[in-house]
Each structure stands twice: as structure tokens, then as C-alpha cells.
Design a protein around this ligand. Structure first.
Ligand code: SF4
Ligand code: SF4
Length: 156
């Protein structure tokens, strides 16, 4: 059950700003798969898959954009909601969570799942390491991303 704020409700006023989260007002935030989600966040969606030029990584002051195999993932517990990454993404893959289109909403939980679940081939969740640079390329994706069709024609 999704307990976040309704998509698009006053989205313009929230974009790029730290907003009151469900956690802050005492509501737990559990996704459909049951794992805990943190504060409001920016999210990397489908358009990044197989593109991954990492322009956003260079702009992130929190160093919270981590590299999987076919896409990048924003750590929702480390993102400070500055919006700098969204501005440089040429394929418009990054959205604030309340601005996600319906067919992109699953990436909100999927970005979080990259950190909060045990990824294939690993023994424990990545968690919040406090910086993507020191972690380096994780090199594995969530099952949801791994199942996406490979894009044949990607302009790098
Ligand atoms: S800038 Fe956009 S396409 Fe490039 S890696 Fe970041 S999210 Fe992916
Ligand atoms: S919104 Fe800011 S802190 Fe969050 S991932 Fe983008 S650049 Fe990093």
C-alpha cells in the first residue's frame, strides 16, 4: 500500500524542496513489497536504463547516485532533494517522487530496493554507505531493472 503523498498534488510547490515526509509526521512508509522507505526523494526512472552516461553523478552534492549494471539508483535516505541531477539529465530520467508518471511510479520503490534489499549475488543490503564514490560500481541491478528489455539504439 502506497502511503506517500498523492502524485501531482501541489507538485509544483514541492519540486526541488525538502518536504515533510510521512516519517516526519509519524506515518510509516512501506512499499508494496513491505520494506521501509525514507524521506521524499528524487528518483531515476526507465529512461536511464542502458544510457547511464553519469552526468548526474558529477552534479550530486550528496554523492548518493549509485551505479548498478544497466542504470543508476538514487539512495532515498541520502538524497537531499536539491534537484541538481534532474537539470543535467538529457533523457529526462530523473523526477521528484511526487512528479512521477503512473507508469514510472514503480521506480520509487525500485530505487529504494537497490539499497534496502539483498541484490542478486550479494549477501546483505547495500544500505546507506554514505557515498557512491567509495562504493564504486555495484555492477548488479534490481530484478525489476534486470527484467527490462535491452534498448537497441542508445545514443551515448
Ligand atoms: S544523467 Fe540521466 S541518463 Fe545520465 S546517468 Fe544520470 S539518470 Fe542516467
Ligand atoms: S536531488 Fe540532489 S542530492 Fe538528490 S540525487 Fe539529485 S543531485 Fe543528488
Amino acid at each position: 500500500m502506497w502511503l506517500g503523498l498523492p502524485a501531482r498534488e501541489s507538485a509544483g510547490t514541492r519540486r526541488g524542496t525538502k518536504v515533510t515526509s510521512a516519517r516526519a509526521i509519524g506515518l510509516p512508509r512501506f512499499g508494496a513489497s513491505g520494506f521501509y522507505r525514507g524521506d521524499m526523494t528524487y528518483v531515476i526512472g526507465s529512461a536511464c536504463v542502458d544510457v547511464m552516461d553519469k552526468s548526474c553523478v558529477l552534479e550530486c552534492p550528496a554523492d548518493c547516485i549509485y551505479e548498478g549494471a544497466r542504470t543508476l539508483y538514487i539512495n532515498p535516505d541520502e538524497c537531499v532533494d536539491c534537484g541538481a541531477c534532474k537539470l543535467v539529465c538529457r533523457v529526462e530520467a530523473i523526477e521528484y517522487e511526487t512528479d512521477l508518471e503512473d507508469d514510472e511510479l514503480w521506480h520509487l520503490e525500485d530505487n529504494a530496493a537497490f539499497f534496502q534489499t539483498v541484490l542478486p549475488g550479494r549477501t546483505e543490503p547495500l544500505g546507506s554507505p554514505g557515498g557512491a564514490q567509495k562504493v564504486g560500481r555495484v555492477g548488479v541491478d534490481t530484478p525489476g531493472i534486470a527484467a527490462m528489455p535491452v534498448k537497441d539504439h542508445v545514443d551515448h
